[in-house]
Write a protein that binds this ligand. Sequence first.
Ligand SMILES: Nc1ncnc2c1ncn2[C@@H]1O[C@H](COP(=O)(O)OP(=O)(O)OP(=O)(O)O)[C@@H](O)[C@H]1O
Ligand SMILES: [Mg+2]
Length: 217
Amino acid sequence: MIDFKDITYNYSHQSGVYNIDLKIKKDEFCFLVGPTGSGKTTLLKLLYFDLFPHKGKVEILKYSSANIKKSSIHKVRKKIGVVFQDYKLLKQRTVYENIALPLHINGVGRKKIKQLVNEALDLTELSHYSKKFPNELSGGEQQRVCIARAIVKNPDVILADEPTGNLDPTTGHRILKILEQINKEGTCVVMATHNYKLISDKAYRIIELNEGKVVSG
Ligand SMILES: Nc1ncnc2c1ncn2[C@@H]1O[C@H](COP(=O)(O)OP(=O)(O)OP(=O)(O)O)[C@@H](O)[C@H]1O
Ligand SMILES: [Mg+2]
């Protein structure tokens, strides 16, 4: 499903990720942990082909960084839901419209969109908020909108970058529960976090990074 084969990506001569070898299976829920600057976001960006490695190759869902065409990148992104730490919600659109957008882009019909968006709103407990705008919501609520937007297209993989970063512990646990539920339904979840407390009692795989290298996991 996901295979990093001896990946190196340098932003400059002292920052980036180095010699990463990692395999993640299709039904896994795993955490990427490590101090700030250790390379978590960089690995996620390599997975959705926002960055391309300088050495080695990344494979995800049968696509490879070595030979994917620019014109095929949108195909793989259709199958990947990304939850960004800074939400990236459209301020002029309602919660419903934000969540529906990836489906519009994928050419899904209006009726089907309504059904899928309502399911995603339900799972993230946001049904009452569908007509609100992002700036009328708290951070935790906006983060749930991001998760709803990522899951609505029924992706094979969810990449979540610090989805609990700015949230109180209870809200953080709630977000984690939603992601666990999605994973149970068969979606691979890779979640970057430095919230060790949140995951310390979890039996999931933990991949630890330090200074751009995998140190365990
Ligand atoms: N656009 C960029 N240009 C130059 N250097 C960058 C860029 N983005 C990241 N870096 C550097 O690459 C390294 C890894 O950054 P990355 O964002 O992957 O870390 P991270 O583990 O996600 O950190 P955080 O926990 O703070 O989100 C850091 O040293 C960072 O300064
Ligand atoms: Mg980061």
